[in-house]
Structures are given as C-alpha cells and as structure tokens.
Design a protein around this ligand. Structure first.
Ligand code: HEM
Length: 145
C-alpha cells in the first residue's frame, strides 16, 4: 500500500503542475487580450483545482503511512521536519489559494474573473514548486516520478 501511494502521489504532481500551468496561461491570455472569461475557462480552472484537491487527500493518507513523518520527532532532522510540517503547510496554503481563487473568480464581475484566477493560481503554483521535495534536494529523498 505505502509504495503504491508514494508512486501515485509522486506521479500526480505532474498532472497538478501541468493543469496549473495551463490554467495560468489560459487566464493570462484572457486577461491580456481582454477577452471574456467563460464556462470553458472556468472548467480548466476547475480541473486544476480538482487535481490539487485529490493530491491533498492522497497526501493526508500518505501522512499516516510514511516513515518520513514523525510527529514529536527530531525537528533538527531536515527530512523529518520537511515532511512532518513544511511540505503539508506549503501545500495546504497553495490549495486554499486555489480554492479561493476559483470561487472568487466565479462570483466576481466579468472583467475581474481572469485576473483573479491568474494571480491566485500563479502564487499557489510558486508555493507548490517551493514545497515539492525535488530530487536535487538530496536530503529529502524524493524522486522524479
Ligand atoms: C499539491 C499538493 C502536493 C503535491 C504536489 C505533493 C507532492 C509530493 C511529492 C512530489 C512527493 C515526493 C514523492 C517521491 O518520493 O517521489 C511528496 C511526498 C510526500 N507528501 Fe506530498 N504533495 C502534496 C500535498 C501533500 C499533503 C497535503 C501532504 C500531507 C498532509 C503530503 C504528504 C506527503 C508525504 C508524507 C510525503 C512523503 C512520502 C514518502 O516518501 O514517504 N503531500 N509529495
């Protein structure tokens, strides 16, 4: 169960990143071209949000299984601190921003829809990039897939 979950969580990161990049690019082009932000655009943002939420749920399941998570463990160990606190905090912050951005852009006036989605999704994307245990951060033991 644990290896399967880790692989799923690791692989779905690419789906989340891909959908977020697409949603950000799409909102940016609508914002810049001053074009209407319609139901199709909202759907792109919805898919990106759903993928992020799925990843968060998987993350919480993994949190109960991973040997890298130690509540009350040695916080001077950067891997334990990262997976017990930092990774979860970054990702939850990003998911909250995406959820607010999606809901707000849905409710606001037509001129503001693309702009709100763009900024909230962009900031969330940057936070996710910072919060991922990339393999070049060797002390964290993460992989590419
Ligand atoms: C958008 C949200 C998230 C993304 C993109 C993401 C991405 C990742 C990636 C790429 C890894 C490394 C997997 C590997 O070793 O190859 C990882 C590991 C992990 N993630 Fe997340 N994560 C997210 C949210 C969360 C959340 C909210 C939690 C906890 C509540 C969580 C818990 C974990 C744990 C415990 C590991 C370590 C797994 C292990 O190797 O034992 N993740 N995450």
């Amino acid at each position: 169960m644990y290896p399967m979950l880790t692989h799923a969580h690791s692989g779905i990161r690419w789906v989340v990143l891909g959908l977020l990049i697409y949603a950000i690019y799409n909102s940016f082009s609508k914002m810049n071209g001053k074009k209407a932000f319609g139901a199709g655009d909202r759907k792109i943002n919805l898919f990106a949000m759903a993928a992020t939420h799925l990843q968060i749920i998987l993350g919480f399941v993994l949190y109960t299984q991973s040997p890298k998570v130690m509540a009350g463990g040695d916080m001077s160990n950067s891997m334990v601190r990262f997976f017990t606190i930092e990774h979860m905090a970054y990702m939850l912050m990003a998911a909250v921003l995406i959820t607010i951005g999606y809901a707000w852009s849905k409710r606001t006036t037509d001129e503001k829809k693309a702009k709100i989605a763009f900024w909230f999704y962009l900031i969330a994307f940057i936070i996710i990039m910072i919060g991922i245990p990339w393999p070049f951060r060797e002390e964290l033991g993460g992989g590419w897939f």
